[in-house]
Design a protein around this ligand. Structure first.
Ligand code: SME
Length: 137
């Protein structure tokens, strides 16, 4: 059986699928560019609530990806000077941009409580997830 899901319900299901199945994915969420403002806005997520529901372009790992249009893999968040801490348990982070018609419209953000857990396989897998996400936006 199946029922109709809204966009945000689908995005939340993707967060839950990733969080439930990959042990070192400990916070999984989406940020999207907020209209014509130079900032990101938090979308669906799974994990500890964060105060950082709005992130200015350029700020933190997420804000840097909004500007660079590139994957950002952080093996050790303590070594980053432009980093926004959401939880003291987080050791590493990966952010992958989402493109619609070649435009960076948002990103998936994953935090890990494990040091240096992310490989190129995570990047390729999450790029695939983001390409599928771009089709439902
Ligand atoms: N650490 C991110 C902020 C978002 S939280 O991880 C949920 C950053 O530096 O942009």
């Amino acid at each position: 059986s199946n029922t109709t899901s809204t966009r945000d319900e689908k995005l939340l299901q993707i967060c839950q699928l990733l969080d439930n199945n990959i042990s070192y994915y400990n916070w999984v969420g989406f940020y999207f560019k907020n209209g014509d403002k130079n900032e990101l806005k938090l979308g669906p997520y799974v994990g500890a609530p964060t105060d950082h529901t709005i992130i200015p372009f350029g700020k933190g790992i997420c804000g840097q990806v909004a500007v660079s249009n590139q994957n950002f893999v952080v093996p050790d968040v303590a070594a980053q000077d432009n980093y926004i801490a959401c939880s003291i348990t987080v050791k590493a982070e990966i952010v992958i941009p989402i493109f619609v018609n070649g435009e960076n419209i948002g990103q998936i953000d994953i935090d890990s409580n494990t040091p240096d857990p992310f490989t190129e396989a995570d990047e390729r897998f999450l790029e695939f997830v983001c390409s599928k996400v771009s089709e439902i936006l």
